[in-house]
Design a protein around this ligand. Structure first.
Ligand code: DAT
Length: 174
């Protein structure tokens, strides 16, 4: 069944600006913002707390089951740091946000992350782990990296993403 409105995934290392960007994009388009991390925590879509990685062990099947009906409807901005376990057919656009190391370090420190967790995330960003994961999981033409170092970037990214989505909607159902 075709979707009348596209679905967008906004991914990237924690701290790159996914939630901030997703909220603004969803607001501008009148789309639903799905913050997967929040869903995992609030709806119990996990198999417990992981002491080593200091996060919940997300249950991929539970997450995908919980999202399926809304994704079939379309009009979703999905915000998550991982992207390889969602069905490929769900997304019309995959944005990978990127931030420079010092900026990312400061943001994660302000968030109160442990030194170890900050280091792991900054390394993940340097190695472009999420971009690689996105490139391996989706068609290259729908994967778009965007720099998110400052508020000018944020404003520009929101306008760019909204423009892409409006273009897709003008082109008709997917
Ligand atoms: P994420 O959802 O990727 O973990 P976030 O949206 O929660 O990231 O942003 C982390 C912090 O950084 C938050 O305090 C807002 C700020 N921020 C996000 N994008 C930014 C940008 N482009 N420029 C400056 N600050 C930004």
């Amino acid at each position: 069944m075709s979707r009348s409105r596209p679905n967008i995934l906004i991914t990237g290392t924690p701290g790159t600006g996914k939630t901030t960007t997703s909220e603004l994009v969803a607001q501008a388009l009148g789309f639903r913002h799905i913050n997967v991390g929040e869903w995992v925590r609030d709806k119990g879509l996990h198999s417990g707390w992981n002491e080593e990685f200091e996060c919940f062990d997300l249950d991929e099947d539970k997450v995908c089951d919980a999202m399926e009906d809304l994704m079939a409807e379309g009009g979703n901005v999905v915000d998550h740091h991982g992207c390889d376990f969602f069905p490929e057919r769900w997304f019309d656009l995959v944005v990978v946000l990127q931030a420079n190391n010092t900026e990312l370090f400061d943001r994660l420190q302000r968030r109160g992350y442990s030194e170890k967790k900050i280091r792991e995330n900054v390394e993940c960003e340097i190695m472009m782990v999420v971009l690689e994961e996105a490139s391996e999981s989706y068609r290259p033409e729908i994967v778009k990296p965007l720099t998110s170092d400052n508020t000018d970037d944020l404003e520009r990214n929101v306008a760019i993403i909204v423009g892409w989505v409006q273009g897709m909607m003008a082109a008709g159902p997917r």
